[in-house]
Design a protein around this ligand. Sequence first.
Ligand SMILES: [Zn+2]
Length: 256
Amino acid sequence: MSLICPVCGKNLIKSGRSAVCASGHSFDYAKSGYLNLLLNSPGIHGDDKDMVKARTRFLQSGAYAFLRERLRQLSAGCNIAADLGCGEGYYTSALEAEERYGFDLSKDALKHAAKNDLSGQYTVASIFHLPLADSSCDMVLTCFAPLAAAEIRRILKPGGKFIFVTPGPRHLYEMKEILYEHPYENTVEPADTGMPCIHEETISAEQTVSNQALLDLFMMTPYAWKTEKTGTDRLSEAGDIRITCEFVIRIYAADH
Ligand SMILES: [Zn+2]
């Protein structure tokens, strides 16, 4: 196991239902199988139960399966992979690495991840302060989560790769047409990773989503916070719609 103790930084070793370090710091696995390595941080929490439920239901609809498949392909041949802001482990569980680690602040999400993906290792931790040793990962994935550039550079092995997934310009455009009078395309911001970008691609699929999936999708997006109730009403009345799912995948190489 590649996790390190959040107190002293020594390697953690799995011992029964706990992970322990050589200094005697011990952390218990939750019943569902995830490990909590977040040191007393009151007030810090991830997505709540309702959000997790909505996202899980939506992902099970298969609308993002083409992104999951692409990430699986890109991970082929990796030894140690880390997914930062992994949520329910939807993408983590697809990675073809010998050791797969998922990190998130949401215990509700990790509970789901650990139950569904027994060979993945899911840990409650901040992606800005990861319990992983320097130069320990072949691959790091950030998919729809904040960019923790310095931490990513620290944990990547020389020659390792960082995969960064963000919404494409047309992502969910049809949903915005229902919500807003003047819908806009997403801008793809340059990402300041401090590493050279070696590959960039945009993948896109237009597909029919059910009204339930549409409402779940809405719950997962930032739009839910900046839309008045009338927007939600309009979505409820929209029925099943054709929608574009578009992602920009950028790959960076650790050159240290
Ligand atoms: Zn320790």
